[in-house]
Design a protein around this ligand. Structure first.
Ligand code: CP
Length: 317
């Protein structure tokens, strides 16, 4: 793999899951593979899980890791071409990217949606410039429209816990005080369709996701109806995608919070969330602390998903 920006780039999912199971069982089996190879992680946005799990994955493979927080200590970067750089941005991404590429063998990039210009966000301007100009294999650590390492970890977690061949997975919108990107729900929807799960999306009116990610899923505005018979409940907030409301918060309806009463509608479902999560907005204390909550093993599987992908990149597979 020369790039990893979408879960679908894994090819056959069963083969990828076999590789992930092997990585999880024997995490140091390839500890010589990355010897004398350097991974650069570039963060335009905050992170806890991605930052730590991706470093751990690379260390398990014997790589050196360097991390750049673009907004803390680096020169402010201009991303648009043609701009007269007479403001506070001292360096252009078009020089910075090949320079970064000259210091490493592989690059991970985190660059969220700005949520003001849908076309720019959905064109993945920053991630695609790294792919075009770095000269090195590039993987996404969450970009404007997808979070594939999270989705891969989510699928690994579902496969480890499912009790039937084709479980019912419900992704439900839940309230949040701030506008959040659509990257995680887009990517999860893409992953559920790619994996052939019985997949339902529940969101209030005005919150339908981009059709390119949801084609093949059942979409409903009735959360209770969606939750009936669910085997997995995946909660997430996202801001509006559609039209002039792009990037806006249209609702903080607390009746969408995932509570014990909501979980009682399911078929004893497991609860999932990518974290970080706002307790008692997205999910009640009771649900996230319950035995059905998978949020910690889900986060732990981020090492497995990252290591499986980086290993493939090192092998040139
Ligand atoms: N789930 C996830 O990507 O977490 P971080 O934002 O903390 O990396």
């Amino acid at each position: 793999m020369k790039e990893f920006t979408s879960i679908t780039q894994l090819g056959g999912l069963q083969q990828a899951l076999c590789e992930a199971a092997r990585v999880k069982k024997t995490p140091f089996a390839d500890s010589e593979l990355g010897k004398n190879r350097t991974l650069l992680l570039v963060f335009f946005n905050n992170s806890l899980r991605t930052r730590l799990s991706t470093q751990k994955a690379a260390l398990n493979l014997g790589m050196n890791v360097i991390v750049l927080d673009v907004n803390q200590g680096a020169w402010k970067l201009e991303t648009e071409r043609g701009v007269v750089m007479d403001g506070d941005k001292s360096e252009h991404l078009l020089e910075a990217i090949p320079v970064m590429g000259s210091y490493c063998d592989m690059i991970g990039v985190r660059s969220f949606a700005g949520l003001s210009d849908r076309e720019s966000d959905y064109n993945e301007v920053i991630l695609n410039q790294f792919i075009k100009y770095s000269g090195k294999p590039v993987f996404s650590m969450e970009a404007a429209t997808r979070h594939p390492l999270q989705t891969f970890a989510d699928i690994i977690t579902i496969e480890e816990h499912k009790k039937k061949a084709r479980p019912k997975v419900v992704m439900t919108w839940a309230p949040h005080p701030k506008a959040l990107p659509q990257a995680v729900p887009n990517s999860f929807a893409e992953g559920m369709i790619y994996g052939g799960y019985d997949f339902v999306i529940a969101n209030p009116e005005g919150y339908d996701l981009a059709p390119e990610f949801t084609e093949g899923a059942i979409v409903t505005h009735d959360q209770n109806e969606a939750l009936r018979g669910a085997d997995f409940v995946y909660a997430k907030n996202w801001s509006a995608y559609e039209g002039e409301n792009y990037g806006k918060v249209l609702s903080r309806d607390m009746s969408w919070t995932v509570t014990a009463e909501k979980m009682a509608l399911t078929d004893g479902a497991f609860f999932m969330h990518c974290l970080p999560v706002r307790r008692n907005m997205i999910v009640s204390d009771e649900v996230i602390e319950s035995p059905q909550s998978l949020v910690i093993p889900e986060a732990a599987n981020r090492v497995v998903s990252a290591q499986t992908v980086i290993r493939r990149m090192l092998l040139g597979l």
